[in-house]
Design a protein around this ligand. Structure first.
Ligand code: CTP
Ligand code: MG
Length: 262
């Protein structure tokens, strides 16, 4: 189902962005898959398309979506600024688990791509600046890079019935977001190895874990509040508030919503 554009990706495109959007969104419980729900009047997929389109230089964007939604997504792509800004977009069907969806995204990358950012569509307000920061650190170090922020709450380990066992030190903990960045070869080899290892480990919930299981180093750069993930209805309310705040800022400064401020 890969649908390259009429011209196909530029043969020298080097940055690939894989946006995984094929989940059902069971915890959100909306009537449509999570990536098709809206924050600030646009779907999570439209947010991702606009943000990637704002990144300078262009490249390849792979959207991994529910199989039965591909036609709808191609319409969103056509209406978005992505291709006009040098982004060549492919749409592929996702898998049963997130890591399978990522693997299908990797398989759609054109040969010239050497750096890959993997991003959850479920983080619709993530700034273009965070994408750029992660990509720059991958280029600087040649290693895997994730955005992370110190944990502010006190953390407790509890039993299933809610009895506190102990306080967990938060001194060396960070909460990790997406986009996560990788040299292509590292990400590709790690995901191939995951398939080979079978189900000995619990399913990885991010790509940094896949790379770490394969023995790779993972570095942290500062994350951001606005990259918060939409998981439940409470997150939707929080993200709406963050969106309204950013619209208010844009209105008062005259900044464009789809430009550098994203
Ligand atoms: N994802 C995916 N393919 C899957 C599962 C998840 O592409 N088989 C994507 C989701 O679309 C989301 C990201 O991975 O953008 C993070 O997953 P999560 O927040 O867990 O989303 P869902 O799996 O859709 O939500 P839930 O677990 O509540 O069903
Ligand atoms: Mg999930």
């Amino acid at each position: 189902m890969t649908q390259p554009t009429a011209t196909g990706p530029h043969p020298l495109a080097r940055l690939g962005v894989i946006v995984v959007a094929a989940g059902r969104g069971e915890r959100l419980g909306a009537s449509v898959p999570k990536a098709f729900t809206s924050i600030g009047g646009r779907s999570l997929l439209e947010h991702a398309l606009c943000t990637v389109a704002s990144l300078p230089g262009g490249g390849q964007l792979v959207l991994v979506v529910p199989q039965d939604r591909a036609a709808e997504v191609l319409e969103l792509v056509a209406a978005s600024p992505a291709e006009a800004h040098g982004w060549h977009v492919a749409v592929v069907a996702g898998g049963r688990e997130r890591h399978e969806s990522v693997r299908f995204g990797i398989e759609a990358l054109v040969p010239s791509i050497d750096t890959v950012l993997v991003h959850d569509a479920a983080r619709p307000l993530t700034s273009g600046a965070l994408f750029a920061r992660v990509a720059a650190e991958v280029h600087r170090t040649g290693e895997a890079v994730v955005p992370g922020s110190p944990v502010a709450d006190t953390l407790k380990r509890v039993t299933a019935d809610g009895i506190v066992q102990e306080t967990v030190s938060r001194a060396d903990l960070v909460a990790v977001q997406t986009p996560q960045g990788f040299p292509r070869e590292l990400l590709e080899a790690a995901h191939a190895g995951l398939g080979a290892r079978g189900s000995a480990h619990a399913l990885p919930t991010d790509d940094a874990e896949v790379v770490q299981l394969a023995g790779g180093h993972v570095r942290v750069v500062p994350g951001e509040l606005r990259a918060h993930k939409l998981t439940t209805a409470a997150d939707a309310a929080l993200l709406e508030a963050l969106w309204q705040a950013s619209v208010g800022r844009a209105d008062s400064t005259g900044a464009a919503r789809d430009g550098e401020d994203r």
